[in-house]
Design a protein around this ligand. Structure first.
Ligand code: HEC
Ligand code: HEC
Length: 295
């Protein structure tokens, strides 16, 4: 479905990597790079109704979010929705299948969003060790280290304030936006110019994503690109930590290479924000990591 016929959804959302790509930022048509790290798709089935999509939450409907990559200039690079529709209609097998599902001859743009969204929702991960531990009462699923890590995660380290343990399976996100310690420093000198630019262009929906993919500096403004509220500068959506051991590198811009680094950053930055410096020993950090590996 891509402009060069080489890129598909699974080029970036690779099943064996919890539907991420192992790259710092996504690489799409013609080897072009975007500005953001590819998020996992394996937690979308358990998202609640407040959920939004993409690192800045610019989409509220999964049916819309799944179509955006098709026309993103550095992802699949189709000209517009019209070209997408033409391609689907031009394929006999697709045409027959859509007819069978929607009981009519004309395929519409929304139909493609509906079937893709349904498919993406079905990509739920197998129950993790932590799921087995909580919901199936399998006490052996977590070793001693991981249990100690869970105690830290839900207690002293405060991780579960945002990476919620509630929900079945555990959501591991609060579906909210938070300031992050990542990325904003680099754009500080040009902040006022960048924010003015965003306000001036006042983009919506897929147009935001198309622009940010080719403007890494503006992409660092996060949620501000969607709301244009000064308080939202540098806020990003809390990612679910489902399968997190398989989704390196980390954070919205993929700038943090390993899980250890991500844990260290989060301990440092989140405790700084909370105004209570948190000193975790090497042992405690290792426990936290052992727990994250069970997710
Ligand atoms: C070139 C790599 C690439 C391709 C191809 C790609 N994606 Fe993505 N996908 C990304 C990146 C990067 C993001 C995050 C973008 C952002 O937040 O600004 C993303 C985000 C998403 C999200 C939002 C997930 C969330 O939790 O917010 C969904 C859903 C999604 N992609 C589905 C798809 C589907 C369906 C296709 C095929 C039609 C596809 N993607 C093709 C890289 C890609
Ligand atoms: C105030 C809310 C909040 C708290 C508390 C919090 N996080 Fe996060 N976490 C986030 C947000 C937001 C991001 C995304 C930041 C970004 O991309 O710039 C994130 C990202 C992460 C990531 C990277 C995930 C990925 O897919 O890239 C890991 C790992 C992580 N957090 C672990 C932790 C741990 C461990 C703790 C406890 C020490 C913790 N977090 C506490 C909000 C929080």
């Amino acid at each position: 479905m891509s402009a060069d016929n080489n890129i598909k959804c699974a080029s970036c959302h690779i099943p064996s990597l919890a539907y991420t790509d192992g790259k710092q930022v996504a690489v799409g048509v013609g080897g072009r790079t975007g500005s953001r790290n590819t998020p996992s798709l394996s937690a979308l089935d358990s998202m609640d109704t407040n959920a939004s999509f993409f690192w800045d939450g610019r989409r509220r409907q999964l049916e819309e979010a799944v179509l955006d990559p098709m026309t993103n200039p550095v992802e699949m690079g189709l000209r517009d929705r019209g070209e997408l529709l033409q391609r689907v209609q031009g394929n006999v097998e697709y045409r027959e299948r859509f007819e069978h599902i929607f009981h009519r001859q004309n395929i519409e743009g929304e139909d493609i969003g509906i079937v893709l969204a349904d498919y993406v929702r079905s990509l739920s991960a197998e129950p993790s060790a932590y799921d087995r531990y909580v919901t199936q009462g399998d006490r052996m699923a977590l070793d001693t280290r991981a249990v100690l890590g869970l105690t830290l995660f839900a207690g002293k380290a405060g991780c579960s304030q945002c990476h919620l343990l509630s929900g079945k399976p555990a959501a591991l996100t609060d579906e909210k936006f938070h300031r992050t310690g990542v990325g904003l420093d680099d754009i500080a000198p040009s902040l006022s110019m960048l924010t003015q630019e965003v306000v001036k262009s006042s983009l919506k929906g897929s147009a935001i994503g198309d622009r940010l993919a080719t403007h890494p500096d503006e992409a660092q403004l996060g949620r501000f690109n969607v709301t244009r509220e000064p308080a939202d500068i540098g806020l990003f959506r809390t990612p679910s930590l489902r399968g997190v051991a398989n989704t390196a590198p980390y954070m919205h811009d993929g700038s943090v290479p390993t899980l250890e680094d991500a844990i260290d950053r989060e301990i440092y930055y989140r405790s700084l924000q909370a105004g209570e410096p948190l000193n975790l020993s090497a042992e405690e950090r290792a426990n936290l990591r052992a727990f994250l590996e069970t997710l």
